[in-house]
Design a protein around this ligand. Structure first.
Ligand SMILES: [Zn+2]
Length: 217
């Protein structure tokens, strides 16, 4: 079973991916990890990708697709893959269809972890970091009590500029602008499965697993 996982930053899709990997033996393939692995191993594709990234340019889809093709062709994907971080645009969704055709596989479902914007903003913009020990805290989910190293107090907490509410809103706008057509496309061809990412993490895990198990029944 080959799946695509979609969700905005802060939706918790990484947690769901780990759970599905453990429960169903799917291989989690995150595009960010693929890049880092190729760059670290200094492969031909990694060198090309790094060249774009150091110039602050987007890595062309052809490079990402080549990395994906090589990764999906490995024997550990026999139970299926869970693609995370790709496709993010409509062009990438089309390129993914072509890749799966070449590999004689197909996308069986697209799991969309949906969380309302207000919740995403609260989750992402509530993150603060202790300047002394670099431990992240969350103002509501994991409030600062005492620093694990025991040598600093709440006065050392600060917020990264990435996590400021306005920056978070801008990140979400970019995400939706790119990904909304992808979500619509998968809904149209009846592959989209929407799971609510709101509530206790164990409940979300149960709902996600049940939704995936129902595919093809
Ligand atoms: Zn600290």
């Amino acid at each position: 079973m080959d799946l695509v996982l979609l969700g905005a930053p802060g939706s918790g899709k990484g947690t769901q991916a780990e759970h599905l990997q453990r429960e169903l033996g799917l291989t989690h393939i995150a595009s960010g990890d693929l890049f880092r692995d190729h760059v670290k191993r200094q492969t031909e594709l990694g060198i090309q990708a790094n060249d774009y990234m150091t110039r602050g340019a987007l890595v062309p889809d052809a490079i990402t697709i080549a990395m994906l093709q090589e990764r999906i062709a490995r024997p550990d994907t026999v139970n299926g893959v869970l693609l995370d971080g790709f496709p993010r645009t409509m062009e990438q969704a089309i390129a993914l269809n072509e890749l799966m055709n070449r590999l004689e596989r197909e996308i069986d479902g697209v799991l969309y972890v949906e969380v309302p914007d207000e919740d995403l903003i609260a989750r992402l913009s509530g993150r603060v970091i202790c300047r002394e020990c670099q431990v992240p805290f969350h103002v509501t989910a994991n409030p600062f009590r005492v620093c694990p190293l025991g040598r600093c107090t709440g006065e050392h907490l600060y917020q990264r500029s990435d996590d400021a509410p306005d920056t978070v809103r801008a990140r979400l706008v970019t995400y939706y602008k790119q990904t909304a057509p992808v979500i619509d496309y998968y809904r149209l061809i009846k592959l989209l499965i929407t799971v609510s990412g709101v509530g206790h993490v164990d409940d979300v895990k149960k709902a996600t697993l049940a939704a995936v198990r129902a595919i093809g029944r």
